[in-house]
Design a protein around this ligand. Structure first.
Ligand code: NAG
Ligand code: NAG
Ligand code: NAG
Ligand code: NAG
Ligand code: NAG
Ligand code: NAG
Ligand code: NAG
Ligand code: NAG
Length: 582
């Protein structure tokens, strides 16, 4: 039996695969020509394939295979599917964050992509991570294109028979009001079913024997006759031990419509409330776990049964949802179930670092969108015997025009990147460009606009500026005391001794004077004041003559100003006026 993605059932532990060496597409990029993505390891930089989180439900299995085919054969990345299956979105988020446990004290390599992530109206754990560990928080890339939902279903044969004989629409809850209609006559009797296929209502671990849920049912509906107290707590009141009878037919089980619950009685208390609020004559039984019982009972008898979409188990029965009023979050929060299930958002979630290490994959996945029909069709193929890979491959082959549109234009660079040619050199326009690369230190990513649209080029930092980091969109002026005399610099040089840079953004340093100058600073070394020669100085005031070449200055008494003029040979300095200067 399948299951709705977050229903707590036994984990299916698949031992699964690296992405097959076999190509799906005739023109697919072969394994040897694919690229890895950058990876930060404790030991430094490394390379690795794109790692995909795979959830332990069938649609995730198929969609992950499908995504892996596209990322590897169309975009040219090495891809692996994680062998450890994630049981819910929280587990998926931990894999994307590279955390072995929720507190993340133990790290493991980060996974990159989690398709078919079911966010059950509570993306809370993902949001939590955004505040507690923002650098590890996964990034949501939007809807898969479909939503998921749990519901009760009515199969086509029953529905059509009722409609064409009496005009009764059995896909609508109001057609079941026992005071107005006799819907039961279109369904099997409880006595037709074999109780051997069902679990007793008082079996522990099943929702019909969940004290809290049963008590809550009675408190909310006032139907205390619907439950019975036992030493182990309240259980559903099942006169024949197997079926709970709704108030509308409790007096006569032959008037009840069988409702088939599955798993551990998932949502049993909700089916109870619906029956009571809508005056439906129902007898709810929990089919024994395992695909055989569920599929046999639903297939062989006319019942209302639990199911969900997307799933293929009962597609062949032309089953329609039993329509009830639209979901009310407020009522559900108060344990009042007179409305339908919420639709569940199914999303593409990636690691926070994917856009940096594999920007094309990230942009591709942003565009990725499937219809409910697509996923239902894939699931049906698998149900009919195809492997998930084969079903995915068929889809990829037949939907080329759809996914081609998701492929990012190679030369549509992002901020932080720039156009690159086939020799991995930066270029300034699209004519020679084959792709994008992150701008290296010494360059900045500059937006340009051409006939194709906006993109970025990695332009060298102008002289007087520098950029020491990867992927920046601006360069920084050299600090005072430093200079960059050429463009494309990752750092600025310190001014030599005898020179100074009294402003930022300098392309050269001013010279203190023509000859015999240095720059020095009075420092205290071992308790004694000493003049120490320094470089990288930020003002002319550090300028001094080198030893043995005393300073000659002019003093303008009228303006009380003073100007350093030259450093002269000490042998001359005993003469007060060097001729050459005055
Ligand atoms: C990944 O890509 C590289 C570079 O193209 C290739 O040489 C290598 O065989 C691939 N690795 C795997 C595990 O497929
Ligand atoms: C359930 O009920 C049956 C008969 O009503 C009883 O024999 C059985 O012990 C009960 N089981 C549990 C788990 O209470
Ligand atoms: C119970 O309902 C069935 C089907 O409507 C009917 O034939 C039968 O007479 C009813 N039994 C009682 C005791 O009313
Ligand atoms: C069912 O029909 C009866 C009779 O018309 C009506 O009084 C009652 O409100 C209906 N119940 C529901 C839940 O619609
Ligand atoms: C594109 O760049 C190349 C050099 O990178 C240059 O020779 C060519 O003229 C440029 N073309 C346009 C349209 O600017
Ligand atoms: C630029 O500065 C460097 C380092 O001081 C120096 O070696 C080089 O000659 C200078 N280049 C020019 C063109 O001034
Ligand atoms: C820096 O020094 C030069 C040369 O001495 C001078 O012309 C300039 O005004 C100074 N600039 C600043 C900001 O002090
Ligand atoms: C300084 O001048 C004296 C006398 O003219 C000369 O002998 C000496 O070599 C000069 N020193 C230097 C370092 O040029």
């Amino acid at each position: 039996m399948g299951r709705f993605p977050w229903q707590p059932v036994v984990l299916f532990k698949g031992c699964f695969l690296l992405v097959s060496a076999e190509l799906c597409l005739l023109d697919g990029i072969p394994e040897g020509s694919r690229q890895n993505v950058r990876e930060d390891l404790a030991s430094g930089l490394g390379e690795a394939p794109i790692r995909m989180v795979v959830y332990d439900w069938l649609s995730a299995e198929v969609v992950s295979e499908l995504t892996a085919i596209l990322l590897s054969e169309v975009l040219g990345y090495n891809v692996t599917l994680n062998t450890e299956r994630a049981s819910a979105s929280v587990a998926g988020a931990l894999q994307l964050a590279g955390c072995a446990s929720y507190d993340c004290t133990e790290r493991r390599p980060r996974s990159h992509v989690a398709m078919d992530t079911w966010l059950a109206g509570i993306p809370g754990e993902l949001a939590d991570m955004e505040t507690t560990r923002p650098n590890l928080a996964p990034q949501r890339l939007g809807s898969m294109g479909f939503v998921g939902q749990e519901a009760l279903y009515v199969k086509g044969s029953v529905r059509e028979a009722a409609y064409y004989t009496t005009g009764l629409a059995l896909d609508f809850y109001r057609s079941y009001n026992a005071s107005l209609h006799d819907a039961a006559k279109f369904f099997s009797r409880v006595s037709d079913l074999d109780t051997g296929d069902f679990v007793p209502c008082n079996a522990s671990g099943y929702e019909s024997a969940n004290d809290y849920e049963m008590r809550t049912y009675a408190e909310v509906t006032g139907d205390w006759g619907g439950i019975v107290g036992t030493p182990a707590g309240y259980v559903a009141n099942c006169p024949d031990d197997f079926f709970w009878l709704s108030p509308a037919c409790r007096h006569n089980i032959s008037e009840c419509i069988p409702v088939i619950a599955a798993g551990s009685g998932w949502n049993y208390y909700i089916w109870m409330q619906w029956s009571t609020w809508f005056a439906m004559p129902t007898a709810i039984g929990i089919v024994k776990d395992g695909a055989a019982h569920w599929e046999t009972v639903v297939g062989n008898f006319e019942t209302i049964f639990y199911w969900w979409y997307p799933d293929a188990t009962f597609l062949h029965l032309d089953a329609w949802i039993f329509t009830v009023p639209r979901h009310s979050r407020r009522e559900w929060a108060a344990n009042e179930y007179r409305t339908g299930f919420p639709e569940v958002s199914v999303e593409k979630v990636v690691s926070g670092h994917l856009p940096a290490v594999a920007p094309r994959a990230s942009r591709f996945l942003e565009e990725f969108v499937m219809d409910l029909e697509d996923i239902q069709g894939l699931l049906l193929e698998v149900r009919e015997g195809a492997t998930p890979w084969a079903a995915a491959c068929n889809w990829v082959r037949s939907k080329r025009s759809l996914w081609t549109e998701w492929i990012p234009v190679d030369t549509q660079c992002l901020a932080g990147e720039g156009l690159q040619n086939s020799m991995d050199e930066y270029v300034t326009n699209r004519s020679e460009a084959v792709g994008c690369a992150t701008c290296r230190p010494g360059r900045f990513s500059k937006s340009i606009l051409d006939g194709t649209g906006a993109t970025f080029v990695c332009e060298p930092c102008p002289a007087g500026t520098f950029e020491s980091a990867f992927g920046k969109t601006a360069c920084v002026d050299c600090d005072a005391g430093t200079f960059a005399n050429s463009s494309g610099r990752a750092y600025c040089d310190l001014c030599d001794q005898g020179r100074y840079a009294n402003a930022t953004g300098m392309t050269y340093c001013h010279a203190c004077g023509s000859e015999h100058w240095t720059t020095s600073q009075l420092m205290v070394l071992d308790g004694a004041e000493t003049w120490v020669q320094v470089n990288g100085v930020t003002s002319e005031s550090f300028c001094t003559c080198i030893a043995g070449w005393p300073l000659v200055a002019t003093i303008n008494l009228r303006q009380a100003s003073y100007a350093r003029v030259a450093c002269v040979n000490a042998s001359y300095s005993i003469h007060p006026k060097p001729k050459s200067l005055f």
